[in-house]
Design a protein around this ligand. Structure first.
Ligand code: ASP
Length: 327
């Protein structure tokens, strides 16, 4: 017979909610990767960037840092790469601007920060985080968000910093296709490329962050799901989600929060909850895309209903993996 006190202690250890033995980091570099346009050279460069983002974020977690710091670090690497639709390399609006959106959320406290439509902020995720930590608000937009950025010393750049020839070319193609009436005004056929991260730290706390240039050829100050808390980005004590895809549908379904609600209230495994929303609820309405979703035990899932989704993770065993197509 084991002494009663030992049995109680063992039960407490098993039942401690949200306490992770090992941290986990999951990132995405956008859904909508088109199989036919993925050259080996492009794939190699994307993999290098994804691994760099995972390494930067996971080193924070490994040394006992917070999930909030980990997702921030991972997103910074992807925003600074020209290969993703976030920060440098963001897509162009109809009028030839780059308008950036980002959000971050701390699952342990439900604090959140978000920005939309900024044109001069080098790293929108840092501004979203500053909104959360240094302002009394959650969501700032456009010129006001940039005025706030100045007050907290966030780096501003000339808009030419964001420009890449590839994105400019994509806008020209979208404009031509639109003139021929081949695609919707929001440029549905242009691939996405938003970046996102979710993390679980050694304290068992979850966080999520997303950053994007939105959709090619967007206009009228269009804002997608990425900076909207509950739509493209959400984290609480049970679940963290970052989405990518056709934002209008992720907003209408409040996708990220819906996944977490299915986990929290319906007690569904994270993989099932995310699959239901990404593979059923959203496609039924005509939308597409994917998510990365992580629970407080370190279980994660990366469903998508496009050809591919740049995604990567460092799992509970510390193993790093990057995947692109639906392998
Ligand atoms: N979801 C983003 C938006 O609609 C686009 C993307 O994921 O790339 O703005």
């Amino acid at each position: 017979m084991f002494p009663r006190i030992l049995i109680i202690a063992a039960l407490c250890l098993v039942a401690r909610p949200g306490v992770a033995a090992m941290p986990v980091l999951v990132i995405h570099g956008g859904a909508g990767v088109i199989r036919a346009t993925l050259t080996p050279e492009k794939e190699k460069l994307v993999r290098v960037d994804m691994e760099a983002a995972l390494t930067a974020g996971y080193s924070v977690l490994k040394s006992g840092g917070s999930s909030l710091d980990a997702v921030t670090k991972a997103i910074l690497v992807l925003e600074n790469s020209p290969r993703f639709n976030a920060g440098k390399g963001a897509v162009f609006t109809h009028d030839g601007h780059n308008e950036l959106d980002s959000a971050i959320m701390d699952g342990a406290t439900l604090r959140a920060g978000a920005v939309a439509g900024v044109r001069h902020v080098k790293n929108p995720v840092l501004l979203a985080r500053a909104v959360m930590e240094k302002s009394p608000h959650v969501f700032l937009t456009g010129a006001g968000a940039e005025a706030f950025a100045k007050t907290v010393g966030i780096e501003l750049v000339d808009p030419s910093y964001f420009r890449t020839d590839q994105r400019w070319q994509e806008l020209q193609e979208a404009l031509k296709a639109e003139a021929k009436n081949q695609h919707s005004a929001l440029g549905r056929a242009i691939h996405y490329g938003t970046v996102g991260a979710v993390a679980l730290d050694k304290q068992g706390h979850l966080a999520a962050a997303t950053s994007t240039g939105g959709m090619t050829n967007k206009r009228w100050g269009r804002v997608g799901d990425s900076p909207i808390i509950g739509a493209g980005t959400y984290a609480n004590a049970h679940c963290a989600v970052s989405a990518t895809g056709w934002g209008e549908y992720y907003i209408r379904t409040v996708a990220a929060h819906d996944i977490c609600a299915r986990v929290e209230y319906a007690k569904k495994p994270i993989a099932q909850a995310a699959k239901e929303v990404v593979m059923d609820v959203i496609p039924k309405l005509g939308g597409d895309g994917g998510v990365i979703a992580l629970d407080a035990d370190g279980n994660f899932t990366t469903p998508f209903n496009t050809d591919g989704m740049y995604r990567g993770w460092v799992d509970r065993e510390g193993k790093m993996h990057v995947a692109i197509l639906g392998e």
